[in-house]
Design a protein around this ligand. Structure first.
Ligand SMILES: Cc1cc2nc3c(=O)[nH]c(=O)nc-3n(C[C@H](O)[C@H](O)[C@H](O)COP(=O)(O)OP(=O)(O)OC[C@H]3O[C@@H](n4cnc5c(N)ncnc54)[C@H](O)[C@@H]3O)c2cc1C
Length: 293
């Protein structure tokens, strides 16, 4: 008997992951699972563990590159209308892991709550944003998180404090955990001023990066301590470099954008080439920020 028998309503075989990632590249997931509540999610995790099925959680796929061969395991997607709770109680905002982060930002601004406007232009779900400790020069999500509710690898649900999550630069200690939701603590602010700051940061990004609508996964490499990966890639003369349908963005050297002729291997080959070029010129080994499945 298959590990997923009886779960046909929420589990489909051989689902192309290109339909669920920002890059729109890559092969299928052996199984694609859309649990509708905590109990179903816990059941799926327990069954996968018992059957030795590899498991990944997918948000908006804004930081993931799926290989052309796909993923030989179960991909769990927490998608609205499930896992997208959004409630405000004073400065305390409770958000489900599947909620679209840009909508969370705009809703908090409209409610006169300050903080998240600093994270304008970062696509993803609340779960993915927390898992990656997403952010940039204006701040990172860690600053606003009070609690994170997770499902552990053992199938148990627990609430972690910010300290327990262990936020550092584009990293958390959440390996093996599935984020179910979070409580954010925001301070009062004037919606008009917050909207102006949001637009300002969004426009700054638009001027210096490829548009959010382009097919990318944001920055390919993490910044090495005290340095900018984008600047190193730029100084290595990589802007505009192409492999197949993948190009190092002429606007920002740490973005690889793709066109309709691209496959995932083009992105991998181009990022390897870029990493080697930076190592040869500067002796710096860049570490990937995007996840390759
Ligand atoms: C145009 C563009 C601009 C970007 N700019 C920025 C930026 O300025 N700063 C920045 O930090 N990032 C940026 N990114 C990257 C991306 O937006 C972030 O990494 C974001 O956090 C990804 O969220 P997601 O929901 O799409 O996660 P996914 O890409 O789906 O997943 C990323 C990781 O999070 C895990 N994950 C997802 N959901 C959960 C969950 N519920 N529980 C546990 N783990 C989970 C996945 O397993 C994976 O390990 C950009 C991306 C794009 C396309």
């Amino acid at each position: 008997m298959s590990w997923c028998s009886g779960l046909e309503a929420i589990c489909r075989p051989e689902v192309p992951l290109r339909d669920f990632t920002w890059y729109r590249l890559g092969g299928p997931a052996r199984w694609f699972v859309n649990p509708r509540n905590d109990a179903e999610l816990s059941d799926v995790v327990t069954r996968c563990n018992a059957a030795g099925v590899a498991l990944r959680v997918l948000g908006r796929g804004a930081n993931v590159l799926v290989r052309d061969s796909g993923f030989d395991g179960a991909v769990i997607a927490l998608r609205p209308p499930c896992f997208d709770e959004f409630t405000i109680d004073g400065g305390r905002v409770t958000v489900g892991a599947g909620a679209d982060f840009t909508k969370v930002v705009t809703r908090t601004i409209r409610a006169g709550l300050a903080g998240l406007e600093a994270l304008a232009g970062i696509p993803g779900t609340m779960g993915g944003i927390i898992r990656m400790n997403a952010g940039g020069r204006h701040g990172e999500i860690a600053s606003f998180v009070s609690e994170v509710r997770v499902l552990g690898a053992d199938g148990a649900i627990r609430t972690l404090t910010r300290e327990q999550v262990g936020f550092t630069y584009r990293h958390t200690n959440l390996d093996g955990c599935i984020v179910l939701g979070a409580v954010l603590t925001l301070s009062p602010g004037d919606p008009e001023a917050l909207t102006a700051r949001f637009r300002d940061i969004w426009n700054q990004k638009y001027r210096t990066q490829p548009p959010v609508s382009d097919r990318s996964a944001g920055c390919v490499f993490k910044n090495p301590p005290g340095q900018s990966a984008g600047a190193l890639l730029d100084q290595a003369g990589l802007k505009g470099r192409r492999v197949g349908g993948a190009t190092i963005s002429p606007r920002h050297a740490n973005f690889i954008v793709v066109d309709d002729s691209a496959c995932a291997q083009h992105v991998l080959d181009l990022s390897d080439l870029a990493r080697e070029a930076v190592f040869e010129k500067f002796g710096v080994r860049l570490e990937r920020e995007i996840e390759v499945w």
